[in-house]
Design a protein around this ligand. Structure first.
Ligand code: IPM
Ligand code: MG
Length: 379
């Protein structure tokens, strides 16, 4: 046992030094990137696993239509990236194989379908690897339910917390397991700034800082303290402190939720709250997600690869709404708000007002392809 403890302690020292280096790198890194006037934008398109390729195909067709002129002139390039599949990842023994990562890094922005993560074992989630390798620190998820007065946007820290070392915990077999949660100064400051900048630019008056700082005193305590330091630079915006449990309750409390605007959360709480919020909007199949970094940004559906849907032969009936929402966010990010608006408008027509082709996710509804055809007609 002494030997096991010594080796665990040595592993801990390695982790601590690595995380310290990461914090120092972040202090020097770029905050975000402006695509206005960029003369070439490479959009990487990644199908992923399960229903991923089915839904991404439709989003790609929509982008091809919307970006026709730019694609023809070569200002925008759509680049298919192969090999981010569970089979290839298992064969290479890497959550994102080196060759695939190199391709991905040659892109400016990415549109990505869901990828499957094997449970247990040591294979890290491809999402988590990509977020770390590309340093995509801000996970931005809008949720709107107009008839309920809900217009929310979540700024979830995307590289730290329980995720930073989630596949590198310590185990004393048969006795105990320990995972680590990491909060850094620079990592918190940049996500807090992203949330408050957004609030300022979009005329929002409140940011809810969501932690469990009464229990996770070091990590969440630091997150809350730094968020308030950043908030002080935005005197016109009210920073509110919330604990994640009561926030989860109030997302379903009609008396309170309409007053919530911008959320700033550490990684895991943001993961959970955004699924809950998406459910209020009509399910995780309807919500898009942006992963923004200083150099690159990745846009994806917030749901998983739905292996059960593939197994029961309903893969072709998957709902592309979430990845189309992600495509809309991508267009906004690359400074093409007019194209993003066109896509949003067509989506509203197809899913809310006209609804001639309705996807249910099951055999009783339209196929993903049929919906894609319908959308193209309206674009
Ligand atoms: C999400 C997903 C991911 C996460 C998974 C696929 C690793 O749930 O994007 O919210 O936990 O962050
Ligand atoms: Mg999630």
């Amino acid at each position: 046992m002494d030997e096991l403890i010594r080796s665990a302690a040595a592993q801990f020292e390695t982790l601590l030094r690595e995380q310290l280096q990461r914090q120092e790198r972040m202090e020097k890194g770029a905050f975000t990137r402006d695509f206005k006037g960029a003369d070439r934008i490479v959009i990487g398109v990644i199908g992923g696993d399960g229903i991923g390729p089915v839904i991404v195909r439709e989003a790609k067709r929509a982008l091809e239509k919307l970006l026709g002129d730019e694609l023809a002139s070569g200002r925008v390039v759509l680049k298919e990236i192969e090999g981010l599949t569970l089979e290839n990842r298992m064969a290479c023994g890497q959550s994102v194989p080196d060759a695939v990562l190199a391709e991905i890094k040659s892109c400016d922005v990415l549109l990505k379908g869901p990828t499957t993560t094997p449970k247990g074992g040591t294979m890290e989630s491809a999402n988590v690897t990509l977020r770390r390798e590309l340093d995509l620190y801000a996970n931005v998820r809008p949720v709107t339910v107009p008839e309920e007065g809900i217009d929310w946007i979540f700024f979830r820290e995307n590289t730290e917390g329980e995720y930073a070392l989630g596949s590198r915990g310590i185990e004393l077999p048969g006795r105990l397991s320990m995972d680590f949660k990491v909060t850094t100064d620079a990592g918190t400051r940049r996500i807090a700034r992203a949330a408050f900048d957004y609030a300022r630019l979009n005329g929002k008056t409140k940011v809810a800082i969501v932690t469990k700082a009464n229990i996770m005193k070091k990590t969440d305590g630091m997150f809350s303290r730094i968020a308030h330091e950043v908030a002080a630079e935005y005197p016109e915006i009210t920073a509110e402190d919330w604990y994640v449990d009561i926030m989860a309750a109030n997302l379903v409390n009609p008396a309170v939720r309409g007053g919530l605007q911008v959320f700033l959360t550490p990684n895991l709480y943001g993961d959970i709250l955004t699924d809950e919020a998406a459910q209020l909007q009509g399910g995780v199949g309807t919500a898009g997600s942006a992963n923004i970094g200083g150099a690159c940004a990745m846009f994806e559906a917030i749901h998983g690869s739905a292996p059960r849907k593939i197994a029961n032969g309903e893969g072709d009936y998957a709902n592309p709404a979430s990845i189309l929402k992600a495509a809309e966010m991508l267009l906004r990010h690359i400074a093409m708000p007019d194209r993003a608006d066109r896509l949003a408008q067509a989506m509203r027509l197809c899913t809310e007002t006209e609804k001639r082709v309705v996807v249910t996710g099951h055999r009783d509804g339209a196929t993903c392809r049929a919906f894609g055809d319908y959308l193209l007609e309206k674009l």
